[in-house]
Ligand binder design. Sequence first.
Ligand code: SF4
Ligand code: SF4
Length: 370
Amino acid sequence: MDLSVILTYRCNSRCSMCHVWQHPTLPDDEIDLATLAKLPGGFDYLDLTGGEPTLRDDLEEIVELLHPKTRQLAITTNGLQGDKLERIVRNHPDLNVRISLEGIGARNDAIRGETDGFERKRETVRRLLAAGGRNLDFAVVVQDDNADQLLDLHKMSVSCGSGLDLASLHNGFQFHKIDNEFTNRVRAARALQPLVDGWLRSRRPRDGFRAWSASGLARKILGQPRRTPCPAGRDFLFVDPWSRVYACNVRPDLEIGDLSEQTWKDILRGPRAAEARTRVARCTHNCCFDAHARAARRAHRFQTGGWILVHALRAIGGRPVEFDRAVDFRNVAQSSIVPRRESWLGKPFHPAIQRKTEQPYGAYNNGMNK
Ligand code: SF4
Ligand code: SF4
């Protein structure tokens, strides 16, 4: 099973597609070491995320606590605090550090509201590699504003010796907004084609899997159904900064328990978890995240492996990758018409503290995301 632990909703980026930074948690309210210690061992992949996890003063202790409980521990970070990450990677070179990056140079900084963010991330990668890090990835949210730079981001990741993890622009209750919509779905999905092509021609097994995952992402962007059932609630779970456990981080109605009050076993075996799994089976959001792809690789290894084998053999044999056979570009959903997302770079704002209440996440904890 995969688990994402959202350690905080504090964030020092100001992304246009996620307004978590406008609604920070208080450090004293955030999930503590004693609660995290209740997590069992044996996870396949455990991601420490946020908000920005490096803003937690106890991040190094959290890593020491959770590293033995999972086959692969990851930190998803904006990469702006390289010194903290460097200390952790020195002790754990196998740590998967996923640095969020939305474009080259000023494009990243505008989308993510980060002053000199692009250069600071590159410096962080240099430091982590020098510290012995051997499992670094850039994590990109594919959107209209960076579709034309995906290939450049891919080349940059290769030159840095890191991987490239892709997700699609989407909505979720924790973002405090619901206007993350594509204006040109076909253009964004088409932008994935050269990446899929390159990954299929690569000899690295992980790249074949990235190609499979990116072709699924193109389907999600176009608004098409998933290839494999959503594993939320069965093969991946989320814990929020107030210790609440959710089947996924998109629908607020999939909350299944509270780790500060219950045991992990009771949460997983409880009636709310069973009800959430029923709702997941009927869900039409068709999300496509890394966690979905990893879970699909575990649960549907013949389906994913067969796709990779067929397409990679064609590509390595010098035949063109038939992207249009893998993805149906005639079937395109309509996007809602929304205002263009604005850049928050350098703009003033007044954060509104979020507390653990019966109804967290404000107006976005309602039917809009169900
Ligand atoms: S996407 Fe991540 S880095 Fe950006 S504001 Fe949200 S939590 Fe912060
Ligand atoms: S497809 Fe539905 S249940 Fe699955 S992650 Fe997306 S919103 Fe959650």
